[in-house]
Write a protein that binds this ligand. Structure first.
Ligand SMILES: Nc1ncnc2c1ncn2[C@@H]1O[C@H](COP(=O)(O)OP(=O)(O)OP(=O)(O)O)[C@@H](O)[C@H]1O
Ligand SMILES: [Mg+2]
Ligand SMILES: [Zn+2]
Length: 243
């Protein structure tokens, strides 16, 4: 029995004497792109329309900038939407460095960008930094099979994907080895004009303490810093709303 009643699984249907790709095939490639993107299932539903500004205070002021949390969120949100537009126009564009406290919407917004682009046919790679470092370390474990990911393969994927999202570039214990791996990703993307979106709990100006000067300097060159500030973790607020 055919999976699709429209095209009988041929993938093509005839419409007004023209062969067009059947919706089932388009749907499946979208599903594949989502799967390959590495975006966690729960975040695959994030979209700009659901980004709620009520979590960002109109009274609290970021003393460094003299801007309210609400205004900051508006600026950051606009930068995220603009990013999507410029990416589609294939303009060379600055990436985003999204910082803010725990549960302030950084990953949510990064996934809004990713999902919007994936829906339009672009390939995006979403990587959680601690997971990436674990995967790289695992390639050195004995007894690996020939078909399994190699260090070079994992790095090449992160280096070459059209859009890379590095989630949670946090205050982990970076060793000289892990710093070098991250450096190789940033350096490649910088040299090949490939954009990058980073989420982090660390301010860009404090990043050097964790990643060193060479890497931080490259991040400065490819990403523009934006902040999302909240008084309370949005996860807690939403938990309260549910109860
Ligand atoms: N602006 C928003 N509108 C609606 N829901 C939001 C918003 N921001 C965050 N959320 C919700 O709060 C949850 C936590 O947000 P998110 O994962 O983006 O936090 P984060 O800033 O990345 O935190 P962490 O530093 O812990 O990684 C999300 O899964 C989402 O459900
Ligand atoms: Mg996050
Ligand atoms: Zn079909």
């Amino acid at each position: 029995m055919a999976f699709c009643n429209l095209c009988q699984d041929r993938g093509v249907i005839v419409q007004n004497d023209l062969a067009v790709i059947c919706s089932c095939r388009r749907q499946r490639t979208l599903v594949n792109r989502l799967k390959e993107s590495g975006i966690p299932l729960r975040m695959q539903a994030c979209n700009f329309a659901d980004f709620n500004f009520k979590y960002y205070s109109r009274k609290n002021i970021d003393t460094a900038k003299g801007t309210t949390f609400y205004e900051l969120a508006k600026i950051t949100f606009k930068a995220a939407k603009d990013f999507v537009v410029h990416f589609k126009q294939n303009n060379y564009l600055d990436g985003l460095f999204l910082t803010g406290p725990v549960g302030s919407g950084k990953t949510f917004l990064a996934c809004c960008i990713a999902n919007a682009l994936i829906k339009e046919g672009y390939q995006v790679l979403f990587i959680v930094v601690p997971d990436l470092l674990d995967q790289l370390r695992a390639t050195y474990e004995p007894g690996r099979l020939p078909g399994e990911d190699t260090e070079a393969g994992i790095l090449a994927k992160a280096q070459k994907t059209p859009l890379l999202i590095l989630d949670d570039l946090g205050a982990h214990n970076y060793t000289e080895w892990t710093r070098n791996k991250l450096y190789s990703i940033f350096n490649y993307r910088l040299n090949h004009c490939l954009p990058l979106i980073i989420t982090s709990n660390i301010k860009l100006e404090d990043l050097e303490d964790y990643l060193g000067e060479r890497t931080t300097s490259r991040i400065y060159q490819i990403c523009r810093p934006y902040r999302l500030l909240t008084e309370v973790d949005i996860r807690m607020v939403q938990r309260g709303e549910k109860n």
